[in-house]
Ligand binder design. Sequence first.
Ligand SMILES: Cc1cc2nc3c(=O)[nH]c(=O)nc-3n(C[C@H](O)[C@H](O)[C@H](O)COP(=O)(O)OP(=O)(O)OC[C@H]3O[C@@H](n4cnc5c(N)ncnc54)[C@H](O)[C@@H]3O)c2cc1C
Length: 284
Amino acid sequence: MGVMGEHAVVIGASMAGLVAAKALAPRFRQVTVFERDTLPDQAENRRAGPHGGHAPALLISGRPALEKLFPGLTDELVEGGAVLFDRGHDLLCHQMGAPRVRFAGGGLGVRLSRAHLEHAVRGRVAALEYAGIRDRTPVHELVLDRGRVTGVELGEGERIPDDLVVDATGRGGGGPAPTLQRHGFPEPEVDTVKIDVGYTTRLLHRSPGDLHDGALLYLTSAVPCGPPGRPGASRTPAGRPSPGHAALLAARRSPARRSASGPADRPVAARGARSGPVPHTVPR
Ligand SMILES: Cc1cc2nc3c(=O)[nH]c(=O)nc-3n(C[C@H](O)[C@H](O)[C@H](O)COP(=O)(O)OP(=O)(O)OC[C@H]3O[C@@H](n4cnc5c(N)ncnc54)[C@H](O)[C@@H]3O)c2cc1C
């Protein structure tokens, strides 16, 4: 594969930045990922990691896409406590007052903590020979020369030359893209699709048999066009080594702010009342 340049810079060491670094590594002599957050050595939540305490899953297309870039990643994740599940069979779904029909072959998802996924992928990128990750290093500006980006500027004016910059600073922004507008480049068009959904998560104590022979339980009383504020909930194993815990995720349509104790979710809410405090670190 041909080399495209000497140095590529990626801004942001979250999921997009890490996979970008891996994809660029064979095409540049050096790839550097700059991250403003402190990156933990372990699979722990970090300040800027979105939905750290929630109950995430890698959906059907995400897993093979990551597996292609990082061969063996699925096995590594499962080894660390992730749960593979068939969306048709293992996801027990109670929706609009009735259980959904179960069927095999619904596609393979992975239930795991965000911290576990990011930690595994970060480890793979950090192990690349010609890639480096520098945390606690925000990028402040893009450096331009005659309308072309030629580098990035860090704190105290330190400039890092490069041939390519990937801005992977996420939806929270904070990246240096406005520099481009200051240099006369047009602002990109933005389409916003407002879905009015909020998340609340708790870790629950789980009893044996709660999930029957399934891997996840998804309960929802909300219908897509229903009244705002009706919560839905999902219960999922939090992963080894805490088989006695499940994560309760309550998604509700804003603007109403309600607890997860809507009438249709009373059994889950009752269990929620016995739940323990949500630790900062999601058990692996
Ligand atoms: C409530 C919630 C639940 C979700 N659940 C799931 C799920 O179950 N499964 C799933 O696959 N996805 C889920 N997502 C989506 C997922 O979180 C995002 O798609 C993903 O985090 C986007 O990754 P990213 O790398 O683009 O951006 P981000 O994760 O936002 O990361 C951007 C990074 O850039 C860094 N950064 C910003 N500015 C600078 C700067 N100037 N210099 C250096 N670094 C900088 C930030 O610190 C951060 O680390 C969920 C999102 C939310 C909000």
